[in-house]
Ligand binder design. Structure first.
Ligand code: HPA
Length: 281
């Protein structure tokens, strides 16, 4: 791993985006998961940039992932960058490359990150359409994006992971869900590499390990964000009961379609979260 090349790439993207965004300086970034890219809350003075136009930016290859960076301001004046489409290890990206967008956005001034993802539920009581606010995770990908690319600009090598998901963000989001009538619970995300879904035996094992939901993303970005000292909120929508919990067979089309069903609810929630004083300030 060439650390210098990685740092140059990150700094090049930050510079390029900084020029493109002019005076706009995002303080918070949102990474949109499968089928959720359209759930953008209203933003003023927005600028939309295709990933393909950003020199050095990884490129997204998954159907249902837009591949656009949308930046703008909320009505309260919070600068926000929305990644419509994320990068997955299963696409073939090097694990370290998953760090690039988060580090580049940090260079622009982003100090808070909302990660969103479609997930399968390991518990029958947490159903498709429910929201899970992450309170912890299990990195069953067994790969770490921080490995081999240590540079003190990105934080400490040995990153503390006591509280990966910000307790105030979690508490306030759960309160909002109650207000908005959204069924929500806290839970532990287990990340595996994909792209195959899990077997029924794996899901039974993950349940015993303490997982509530399972997915193929999120954890790499959270590790990078926590190394940078960002405050993180993880919002997951259950698109399906995990393998063996339900007798239905899983398909990506179904996951994307379920994401579309929750789109309106999700957009409302995201808008409300961005308006929270605890998130803005
Ligand atoms: N497993 C893994 N990833 C997922 C699932 C699942 O059941 N649903 C949505 N993303």
């Amino acid at each position: 791993m060439d650390v210098k090349a990685h740092v140059r790439r990150v700094e090049g993207i930050t510079r390029w985006l900084g020029n493109k965004l002019g005076k706009l300086r995002p303080e918070l970034a949102v990474i949109m998961g499968s089928g959720l890219s359209g759930c953008v809350p209203p933003l003023e003075d927005s600028v939309s940039i295709s990933y393909a136009d950003i020199p050095g930016f990884p490129q997204s290859t998954v159907q249902g992932h837009a591949g656009t960076l949308l930046a703008g301001k909320t009505k309260e004046g919070l600068g926000v960058a929305m990644m419509q489409g994320r990068f997955h290890y299963y696409e073939g990206h090097a694990i370290g490359d998953l760090a690039i967008p988060v580090r580049a956005l940090y260079g622009l001034g982003v100090k808070k990150l909302i990660v969103t993802a479609a997930v399968g539920s390991v518990k029958r009581s947490v159903k498709p359409g429910d929201l899970v606010v992450l309170n912890d995770h299990i990195n069953f990908m067994c790969r770490n994006p921080l490995r081999g690319i240590y540079d003190s600009r990105f934080g400490k090598m040995f990153t503390d992971m006591t509280e990966p998901y910000d307790p105030v963000f979690r508490r306030e989001t759960l309160k909002l869900c109650k207000k908005l009538g959204i069924r929500a619970t806290e839970g532990v995300y287990l990340a595996e590499t994909g792209p195959s879904y899990e077997t029924a035996a794996e899901i039974r094992a993950f349940a015993m390990l303490g997982a509530d939901v399972v997915g193929m993303s999120t954890v790499p970005e959270v590790l990078v964000a926590r190394q940078l000292g960002m405050r993180v909120l993880g919002l997951c929508w259950v698109t399906n009961l995990a393998t063996g919990i339900s007798s239905a067979r899983l398909s990506h089309q179904e996951v994307v379609a379920q994401g579309k069903l929750v789109a309106v609810k999700f957009q409302k929630l995201l808008q409300a979260v961005l308006s929270l004083p605890q998130v803005r300030n």
